[in-house]
Ligand binder design. Structure first.
Ligand code: NAD
Length: 541
């Protein structure tokens, strides 16, 4: 029972630590990196708060040194899915019945634990297991996830305050119920913050969850479960079931109590899940909510009036930070002919200077791509460009998987605006660039809009205000997150709610009140204060 109309703390974005030489945060992070590198961690499933070991093991390795095994994780299937769903349904009765402030407190505590004692652990796990530099880990596994926890609590209060009007003689209310059943959260490898947000956003709203992380990020997921437990999350509210997509996904999607899917990952997998849900539609008790943030082919398009130096910096940072494995990473660029000589020289010089290697060496700007499969996707695109008649490699173009899955940051320049890698997502450090005739600005905007099926992020560079407005208009539906004179990456919770349309997802904006609305099923309540006592209306007299 809550005897107050509570107001949650006003959230502010978590400050990013800089890990400069001599700083205390650098020293303590290095200590944690060494500790984690010196042990092997066993990672069980967690169902109803208990560790579950199946003996069917997968390995977590360092992508930049794939012979180094960080630990082994247990993989589940239909039996574990069944136990996890039962645990989630049992837990929901108590969890949903808690005052909302009690649920909010758990996530506010998780935020403070992550900002403090868990920061190094989650950053180090993300660096080692997902090959992020310390800066990339800090803005992901620390700051963004802390922001998700704190801002979602404030957005949830906002959702609960959303109430209808009442005419005289009645009181209307809206009750924001959790969904009936459980939510299936499925997270990608590339962001620990997304992995943390997908199960917790529905849980905050009173739902209980079966969470399946990507096999290449089980290592950080394992430590997130420890964080949730220490924050006071009751048993059974979030159940971690690791394993292959199909082994876990198929029995979950066939369960009658499936109430929602909170997915981030590739378009192909989301299509498959949506199809399976469609096939099972007669099985479900309610229509499952399907929320999916999916692939991208994010663009930067520059006008003839753009600042070439700012443009060059945006391309390098936007395309190659975290090895181009951000869903928002720039992967196709359109440069006007008048700027090309200066931009070309700047790109070659800067990209050649990029240091790549072990992320525990803080002088590196890039680590390795996530696994052998991504490595071969990047290598195939590079080899294809090398032999194409309408494309060439401007810079980069080498790969080496002997120690880690390393792909040099690569720029393919093509004369063909329909070239394959201007359309298909590669999800790695391979950027495709097209130089257009500077007089063809409007035609180029139409090409940007129509080349790829995705519409996640995009950026326009121009000094000319008319050109900016033309880009805003013509590219209205080409990106859910649109940037003017900035790189298309680096969305901040509470500032640029994130998500895209078309083949990039359902655009339910992670870290925003609209996302939380998907995890509630409102009940309208009308109470008549003095009910009528005669069925006849006055007009009948
Ligand atoms: P992925 O699609 O390969 O995997 C995502 C998750 O789906 C993993 O947990 C995987 O195990 C699971 N999965 C696979 N098959 C399944 C099935 N049949 N049933 C249930 N689950 C299944 O994606 P990834 O390689 O981990 O991540 C990269 C992709 O994610 C890229 O396409 C990227 O653009 C996208 N992404 C999008 C956003 C966004 O906000 N739009 C953010 C991050 C990543």
């Amino acid at each position: 029972m809550s005897l107050a109309i509570s107001k949650v703390p006003t959230p502010v974005n978590e400050p990013v630590r800089n890990y400069a030489p001599g700083s205390p945060e650098r020293a303590s992070l290095k200590t944690t990196l060494a500790e984690l590198s010196g042990v092997q961690t066993e990672m069980p499933l967690v169902i109803d708060g208990k560790d579950v070991r199946t003996g069917k093991l997968g390995q977590s390795v360092m992508p930049h040194r794939h012979a180094h095994v960080l630990g082994e994780f247990h993989q589940g299937g239909a039996n574990e899915v069944q136990s996890a769903i039962e645990a989630a349904l049992r837990a929901q009765k108590h969890w949903a019945a808690l005052p909302w402030e009690a649920r909010a407190s758990v996530f506010l505590k998780a935020a403070d634990l992550l900002a403090g004692p868990y920061r190094d652990l989650l950053n180090a796990a993300t660096m080692l297991g997902q090959s992020k530099t310390c800066h990339q880990a800090e803005i992901d596994s620390a700051c963004e996830l802390i922001d998700f926890f704190r801002f979602n609590v404030a957005f949830y209060e906002q959702v609960l305050r959303e109430q209808p009007q009442s005419s005289p003689g009645m009181w209307n209310r809206l009750e924001h119920r959790p969904l009936e059943g459980f939510v299936f959260a499925v997270s990608p490898f590339n962001f620990t913050s997304i992995a943390g947000n997908l199960p917790t956003a529905p849980a905050l709203c009173g739902n209980t969850v079966l969470w399946k992380p990507a096999s290449t990020s089980v290592y950080s997921a394992h430590f997130l479960m420890q964080l949730f437990k220490e924050a006071g999350l009751p048993d059974g509210v979030i159940n971690l079931v690791t394993g292959s997509g199909a082994d876990v996904g198929n029995p979950v999607l066939a369960n009658k109590h499936l109430a929602g899917v909170h997915f981030t990952g590739s378009t192909k997998v989301f299509h498959q899940m949506w199809r399976t849900v469609g096939d099972n539609i007669d099985v479900y008790r309610s229509y499952p909510r399907l929320v999916g943030e999916t692939g991208g082919k994010d663009f930067i398009v520059a006008h003839a009036s753009a600042d070439p130096v700012a443009l060059t910096t945006a391309i390098v940072r936007g395309a190659f930070e975290y090895q181009g494995q951000k869903c928002s990473a720039a992967s196709r660029v359109y440069v006007p002919s008048n700027l090309w000589p200066q931009v070309r020289d700047g790109l070659v010089e800067q990209v050649e200077s990029i240091r790549m290697g072990d992320v525990a060496d803080f002088s590196n700007f890039m680590g390795a791509v996530i696994d052998a499969s991504s490595f071969s996707t990047q290598k195939a695109a590079i080899d294809e460009a090398k032999s194409a008649s309408d494309a060439e490699i401007l810079v980069g173009g080498t790969c080496d998987d002997s120690e880690g899955w390393f792909v040099r940051p690569t720029i393919i320049v093509t004369s063909n605006p329909a070239y394959r890698t201007l359309r298909d997502e590669l999800f790695g450090p391979v950027l495709t660039l097209h130089v257009y005739d500077e007089s063809k600005w409007l035609e180029t905007l139409d090409i940007v809009d129509s080349t790829s099926p995705y519409a996640l992020t995009g950026a326009i560079f121009a000094q000319d205000r008319y050109a900016i407005e033309q880009g805003m208009e013509r590219l209205r539906n080409a990106a859910g997150n649109f940037y003017i004179n900035d790189k298309p990456t680096g969305a901040v919770v509470g500032q640029q709610p994130f998500g895209g349309g078309r083949a990039s997802g359902t655009n339910d904006k992670a870290g925003a009140a609209v996302n939380l609305l998907r995890w509630t099923s409102p009940r309208s309540i009308k109470e008549t204060l003095v009910p009528p006592t005669d069925y006849r209306y006055p007009f009948m007299g």
